[in-house]
Design a protein around this ligand. Structure first.
Ligand SMILES: O=C(O)[C@H](O)CO
Length: 411
């Protein structure tokens, strides 16, 4: 009996068809084809012997999963921009590139952040309840007053892709000042006139405080009693990042006691939030079920990008613009793409190659025209210059023109 020689991919959920359709051409696809979360034992069963894993932010991808998968596993690609559910250091140890889906969900998530900001600032939950329970007496000049965005100071914790997109929206609402905090200054801050400030300054001076950063071991529980105590009593806190950023007991106390005025959460810890969570008893706390990227367009694009990542890492793409870079994929075509901790795509969707910044691993590298900077060590390449990271030893770089690089050839 003839065996199917195509690589195998396991998909951990029913996802928008676009990604699956792409994969079906090149892979033997198996799938947890349901809308509920895959049980851990099914995940372990599904990954066994596959070349690629297409997973979601709800799947914990740890050492056990990697062990169970086996040494042929070439890549793990998550249909999400966040990847804290994946043990990245374990993947690095095993040279398994991890793909993710930045950019394609930025606008959708920024919209949802704005929705929460507007809904909480104008007290929509209370207002709707008043209509529904009959406590709306009459139009009342001093009733249901909120704090508008007009003239407000907004503090954004994490001015990354989503934070920046939110800041752009905020400008059209007439905010007077945008401040932001984070590990380092953002090169895009000038576009929105955002000022880099300390976390404490941001807490003390902002009317609205937005959690837009990714969750790391360092910022778990960042928004705790100490942080809420520093906020204005009129402050509104919105989180569309990850629930783990917030100490929810402390948030409850701050909202209940009037330490802060309101909160809008698209993310909680855990998810789903138990229906007996005290947060749900509060009229000044609006909780959504993690729907930041839930638009048809964004979810479809996330599914497609995840599939493209898998195709790239499994080297099934015979498109000549695909380049390999130490287990990471670099597409150097006319346009660029996305990146993860140690992956760069320069392929068919997203950013312009020219002038764009590519992050490889934790260091920043530029990719500009035909110049790739990957840390130190300069190698000339047919008029192009390639700076290679010294610790990526068996690196393969394929440039557009298909030139060999220092013996590590190419196509
Ligand atoms: O990490 C992500 O992709 C988002 O949280 C999904 O909305």
């Amino acid at each position: 009996m003839a065996t199917d020689a195509r690589p195998k991919v396991f998909v951990t959920r029913r996802v928008p068809a676009r990604g699956i359709d792409l994969l079906k051409d090149k892979f033997v696809v198996s799938q947890w084809d349901r809308e509920d979360r895959i049980p851990p034992e099914e995940l372990l069963r599904g990954v066994k012997g596959v070349d690629a894993l297409f997973c979601l932010l709800t799947d914990k991808i740890d050492k056990d999963v990697l062990d169970e998968a086996g040494p042929q596993l070439k890549t793990i690609c998550t249909m999400s921009v966040g990847y804290e559910h994946i043990d990245i250091s374990e993947c690095k140890k095993r040279n398994i590139p991890v793909g993710f889906t930045p950019d394609v969900l930025t606008n959708a998530t920024a919209e949802l952040t704005m929705s929460l900001l507007l809904a909480t600032s104008r007290r929509l939950k209370e207002a709707m309840t008043a209509v529904e329970d009959g406590s709306w007496g009459t139009w009342n000049p001093i009733w249901m007053l909120g704090h508008g965005l007009d003239g407000a100071t907004v503090g954004i914790v994490g001015l990354g892709r989503i934070g920046l997109a939110v800041a752009k929206c905020l400008l059209s609402f007439g905010v007077s000042r945008i401040v932001y905090s984070g590990n380092s200054q953002s090169k895009n801050a000038q576009e929105v006139n955002a000022e880099f400030v300390s976390f404490d300054y941001l807490l003390e001076h902002s009317d609205f405080i937005l959690g837009c950063c990714s969750l790391t071991a360092n910022n778990m529980g960042l928004f705790n009693a100490e942080a809420f105590n520093k906020m204005k009593t009129s402050a509104i806190f919105v989180n569309t990042s990850r629930g783990g950023l917030v100490n929810q007991d402390d948030l409850y106390n701050a909202l209940k006691s009037g330490k802060i005025a309101g909160a809008g959460l698209d993310v909680t810890n855990p998810e789903p939030l138990p229906t007996d969570s005290p947060l749900l008893t509060l009229s000044n706390c609006l909780v959504l079920p993690h729907i930041g990227s839930a638009t048809e367009k964004a979810r479809s694009a996330m599914s497609e990008l995840t599939a493209r990542n898998i195709i790239a890492y499994c080297h099934t793409d015979d498109d000549t613009c695909v380049k390999q870079l130490d287990g990471c994929v670099v597409y150097l075509d006319t346009c660029i793409k996305h990146l993860d901790g140690y992956v760069v795509y320069l392929d068919t969707c997203a950013k312009q190659l020219d002038g764009c910044v590519v992050y490889l691993d934790t260091c920043i590298k530029h990719l500009d025209g035909y110049v790739v900077y990957l840390d130190t060590g300069v190698k000339p390449l047919d008029g192009c210059v390639v700076y290679l990271d010294t610790w990526h030893l068996d690196m393969w770089v394929y440039l557009d023109t298909g030139k060999a690089l220092d013996g590590y050839v190419v196509y």
